[in-house]
Design a protein around this ligand. Structure first.
Ligand code: RIB
Length: 301
């Protein structure tokens, strides 16, 4: 069984700021750093650090080759990556405020330039039983889902960042979804963003009644995380408290560790706890990919 993350890779330029800038406002930064990111590359790094045998495939410019070196250090196979001769690597302009919250602007670069021949070349070696892990920062997601399903692959989808393209995706082919409360609410057609445990459970049930063959992992920020499937039912874990320094990449860390735990046979309840611990450690550190803990760090007492 092999795992393929087909997704974005970005150079994250992070500005540390007092507060997220408002319209018309100019504010100073008290720190700036370039680091490796992109939801796809971050999730591949999390799976690699969690000990899974994982491939990362994405398209980037030669300015981002150092990120591939970093992924290799985390045990990720990067042989399916494509270096564009014409485009630059995706860029993320990130503000992180004093409470660790972030705000992100993306310039897609190579991420949105995968062509059909390249996608065929990536997917042709994967087959029945392998899993593809997707986010929403690259082009041709609908085609990728159909191609992967035709290969017999299982499909894991984190529809983030959520945009209007998603209504055209064949989401009924997805086996595992990772959604936050906003994405989940939009997918379920719920009127308001859930706030209480009761409302999160209601949302989880709405999602599973809309997509009964899928597994949903619903992250609820400070309110914890939920797992629901028709087969196993509903499970919950509260967050595990760590001092918040930078929340960038916390969701990707959660995805990677949750998936790695479920795939290694952990029960949903235990997998939620492991993923919560991993993302708690990630928010206590700066950066996205670099903040993802290793397996040893997650399981250390
Ligand atoms: O999920 C965090 C990531 O979102 C950042 O690394 C940034 O590159 C954006 O893709």
């Amino acid at each position: 069984m092999r795992y393929l993350v087909l997704g974005s890779v970005n150079i994250d330029r992070t500005f540390s700021v007092d507060h997220i800038v408002s319209p018309g406002e100019t504010i100073p930064s008290y720190g700036i750093a370039d680091s490796a990111g992109g939801k796809g590359a971050n999730q591949a790094a999390a799976l690699g650090k969690a000990g899974l045998s994982v491939y990362f495939a994405g398209k980037l410019g030669s300015d981002g080759k150092w990120i591939l070196d970093q992924l290799e250090e985390y045990g990720v196979n990067i042989s399916k990556c494509i270096i564009s001769q014409v485009s630059h690597t995706g860029q993320a302009i990130i503000q992180v405020d004093r409470s660790g919250q972030n705000s992100i602007i993306l310039d897609a670069g190579g991420n949105m330039e995968l062509d059909l021949a390249e996608l065929n070349g990536i997917l042709e070696d994967f087959q029945q039983g392998d899993m593809i892990i997707l986010q929403n920062e690259i082009n041709s997601i609908a085609e990728i889902i159909r191609m992967a399903k035709a290969n017999g692959m299982r499909i894991c989808m984190n529809p983030s960042p959520f945009d209007e393209r998603i209504s055209d995706y064949p989401l009924d082919l997805v086996d595992i979804f990772f959604v936050n409360e906003i994405e989940g609410r939009l997918m379920a057609g719920m009127d308001t963003i859930p706030c209480s445990d009761y409302e999160f459970r209601l949302l989880a049930h709405k999602l599973i009644s809309k997509f009964p063959t899928a597994v949903f992992i619903l992250t609820a920020g400070k309110n914890g995380a939920y797992y629901i499937s028709s087969e196993k039912g509903l499970f919950y874990s509260p967050i595990i408290d760590y001092p918040v320094v930078d929340t960038t990449g916390a969701g990707d860390t959660f995805c990677g560790y949750m998936l790695a735990s479920l795939e290694s046979g952990a029960e949903p309840e235990d997998a939620l706890i492991i993923a919560s611990r991993a993302s708690g450690i990630a928010v206590s550190r700066k950066g996205a990919m670099a903040s993802i803990p290793t397996k040893d760090e997650v399981f250390r007492k």
